[in-house]
Design a protein around this ligand. Structure first.
Ligand SMILES: Cc1cc2nc3c(=O)[nH]c(=O)nc-3n(C[C@H](O)[C@H](O)[C@H](O)COP(=O)(O)O)c2cc1C
Length: 183
C-alpha cells in the first residue's frame, strides 16, 4: 500500500494539532507524520513519498513558518524533481489580525512545488472564509486548505472532513472511512 507522508511546520503547535488530526482521520497505518523541526533532515525525506500532505502556518506578512524556510530555499536552489508526486497543502492563519495576508504561506508552497513538477491538488472554494486579501488563491480557489484556529476553531473538523473528500480521488484513500467523521 502506498503511504502518505504528512510533514508539518508549526511554531505554537496549531499546525501540529491539525496534522495529527489528519493522521488520525486517515489512519496511522496509511500516514507517517513528521515535524519539520524534529524529524526532517533534508528534502530527500519528502521524495520518499509519492503522496504528501504538507502543513505550514503563515507568519510575518504572508510568509512560511520558520521550519520550512531553509528546506524551501534549498529546494529552490537544488531543484529536486517532484514530477509524479501528488501534494496537498494545509495551514492555519488568522483572518482577524492578519486578514491582509491570510494563509499566504500556502501560496508560497504552491508556487515552489508546482515549479518542481509536483501535482498539487486539494484546492478549496473561498466562500466559507472571511479575509481581506490572500496570495494563496489561484483561479478563484485557495490552493490548499486554510484553517483558522484562533477565530473559527469550531469549523476545523468539518473543514478537514470536507477536504478529505476533495482529496479522495487523488490519494490512496478511496475507500477509507474517516475515523470520527460526522455524517
Ligand atoms: C507575528 C505573527 C504573524 C502572523 N502572520 C500571519 C499572516 O501573515 N497571515 C495569517 O493568515 N496568519 C498569520 N499569523 C497567524 C498564525 O498563522 C496562526 O496563529 C497559526 O495558527 C500559527 O500556527 P502554528 O502554531 O502551527 O505555527 C501570524 C501570527 C503571528 C503571531
Amino acid at each position: 500500500m502506498a503511504k502518505i507522508g504528512i510533514f508539518y511546520g508549526s511554531t505554537s503547535g496549531v499546525t501540529e494539532e491539525i496534522a495529527t488530526a489528519l493522521q488520525e482521520k486517515l489512519g496511522k497505518d496509511l500516514c507517517d507524520l513528521f515535524s519539520m523541526e524534529d524529524d526532517f533532515d533534508e528534502f530527500s525525506d519528502l521524495l520518499e513519498y509519492d503522496y504528501l500532505l504538507l502543513g505550514c502556518s503563515t507568519w510575518g506578512a504572508g510568509e512560511v513558518q520558520n521550519d520550512w524556510r531553509d528546506p524551501l530555499f534549498e529546494m529552490e536552489v537544488e531543484k529536486p524533481d517532484f514530477s509524479g508526486k501528488t501534494i496537498a497543502l494545509f495551514g492555519p492563519g488568522d483572518y482577524v489580525s492578519h486578514g491582509m495576508h491570510f494563509v499566504g504561506a500556502l501560496g508560497v508552497m504552491y508556487d515552489i512545488f508546482t515549479k518542481l513538477g509536483a501535482t498539487v491538488v486539494g484546492a478549496v472554494p473561498t466562500d466559507d472564509y472571511t479575509f481581506e486579501h490572500s496570495t494563496a488563491i489561484r483561479d478563484g480557489l485557495f490552493v490548499g486548505l486554510p484553517l483558522d484556529e484562533i477565530n473559527e476553531s469550531e469549523k476545523t473538523d468539518e473543514r478537514l472532513n470536507r477536504w478529505i473528500e476533495i482529496l479522495r480521488p487523488h490519494f490512496p484513500i478511496e475507500d477509507r472511512v474517516l475515523a470520527g467523521a460526522s455524517a
